[in-house]
Design a protein around this ligand. Structure first.
Ligand SMILES: Cc1cc2nc3c(=O)[nH]c(=O)nc-3n(C[C@H](O)[C@H](O)[C@H](O)COP(=O)(O)OP(=O)(O)OC[C@H]3O[C@@H](n4cnc5c(N)ncnc54)[C@H](O)[C@@H]3O)c2cc1C
Length: 379
């Protein structure tokens, strides 16, 4: 396929669809290309924070998502190896929405707004004319655009254009997830449980409320700490299932265990180049502590769309627009993530040394949780 548009968005996940919706609403000619054919699944915990739901509303996808299969998350708990639970209730519930449905709703919103979608087509590389990025190519794809937004997640085709390698160590997390039918919820069916355990350094495991009887269960670790465990990720997940047999024994597996990587913030790299903007996981925006990345993808996708819209109006992606985009991402995502990484390190010391047994430490943790330091769903 050969063609051209004002803007080419690579990837039709949350970041790419958000960018496309903002641009199409502004009347730009925008094409989104994705290697998958929709509806498609995506390896994820499926937790959509209430702040992400607000953004879905702004993008015109919220009511569609609310009609799709989902569960409400009214409270969350951090659980320590002694069994101590620190819980909090949300003012506004978060949702669990299988990505098969969430991403389809976003895809539909993008196309309904006027974006063109090319599915089942993989971009192999971006095209550089020596001055700026001018498009993208694949086996049967050759596209020219004034601007490219790389929203293609982990392993983005945008990284070589920035002369940046893939994330590693403290800039990367790994996660495994499986769907189980028949999970027991002794504390209520709308509680998202996060287990902080010695076996999962700089990470946690989760049991999320069931959607149509099926729960998303998984483990998440920062990759430098994961390397020190000396175990495979799926083994760590299996061991978690055994440790929590009271909730999980006898459950029916729905599908296979799936693993994927998460580029976590703050990532020390540029997020733009001449003619190019990175958004979402491609830009390394995942919350290091919780692994939340959908809100970040929607937010940076919207910002990338607004930046591209301004670039089309003012004759190109000039240095001022690039700086503004990068500063806003640093302010809204990079800096808070830096603090969250510090919390993650402190929490790891608390778990590894058994300090959660102290009432003082537990009170501090409860205070932190109440003030949104730990959990995925935020308000
Ligand atoms: C196991 C796991 C659990 C998680 N749990 C949660 C959670 O509960 N809540 C949460 O908020 N976040 C969670 N995350 C993070 C979240 O999944 C991501 O942060 C989010 O999907 C990022 O959105 P995105 O649009 O940037 O990228 P993606 O959702 O990865 O979308 C990228 C799109 O680009 C397409 N693509 C990729 N390469 C190419 C190419 N070369 N050519 C064309 N198309 C391409 C892909 O097909 C895909 O559709 C989890 C992640 C993992 C791995």
């Amino acid at each position: 396929m050969k063609g051209k548009s004002d803007v080419l968005v690579v990837g039709a996940g949350p970041a790419g669809c958000a960018a496309a919706i903002v641009l199409a609403r502004a009347g730009a000619d925008v094409c989104v290309v994705d290697r998958a054919t929709f509806p498609r699944d995506k390896t994820c915990g499926d937790a959509v924070s209430n702040e992400a739901i607000e953004l879905l509303g702004k993008l015109g996808a919220r009511s569609d998502v609310e009609r799709a299969p989902h569960a409400l998350v009214r409270s969350a708990a951090a659980i320590f190896p002694s069994g101590h639970r620190i819980a909090r209730t949300y003012d506004k519930p978060g949702y669990i929405v299988p990505r098969y449905h969430l991403d389809e709703c976003l895809r539909r919103a993008a196309e309904n707004t006027g974006a063109r979608l090319v599915q089942g087509t993989r971009v192999a590389s971006l095209v550089n004319d020596g001055v700026r990025i001018t498009g993208a190519r694949g086996d049967d794809f050759d596209w020219h655009a004034q601007l490219v937004i790389a929203a293609d997640g982990y392993g983005s085709v945008g990284l070589p254009a920035l002369k940046v390698s893939g994330p590693r160590g403290r800039e990367l997390a790994v996660s495994a997830t499986v769907y189980l039918r028949g999970v027991r919820f002794p504390f209520g069916e709308d509680v998202a449980d996060h287990f902080f355990e010695r076996e999962l350094p700089c990470g946690y495991s989760w049991i999320f409320p069931a959607v149509d009887g099926v729960s998303n269960v998984g483990v998440y670790l920062r990759s430098d700490a994961y390397a020190r465990t000396g175990k495979k990720l799926d083994r760590l997940l299996e061991e978690f299932l055994v440790r929590h047999a009271d909730r999980l024994a006898g459950c029916e597996r729905v599908g296979k265990t799936r693993v994927w990587s998460l580029p976590i913030a703050p990532r020390r790299m540029p997020l733009t180049a001449a003619g190019l903007i990175l958004a979402g996981d491609a830009a390394g925006c995942v919350d290091p502590l919780s692994g939340e990345g959908i809100w970040q993808a929607l937010r940076t996708g919207m910002l990338a769309g607004e930046t591209a819209r301004a670039a089309l109006a003012f004759g190109g992606l000039n240095p001022a627009l690039r700086t503004r985009y990068e500063h806003t991402c640093a302010h809204e995502i990079g800096k808070p993530s830096y603090r969250k990484r510090w919390v993650q390190d402190a929490l790891d010391v608390i778990v590894q040394r058994g300090l959660y047994r102290s009432t003082v430490v537990r009170s501090l943790l409860a205070f932190g949780y109440e003030h949104r330091a730990l959990e995925m769903t935020k308000s």
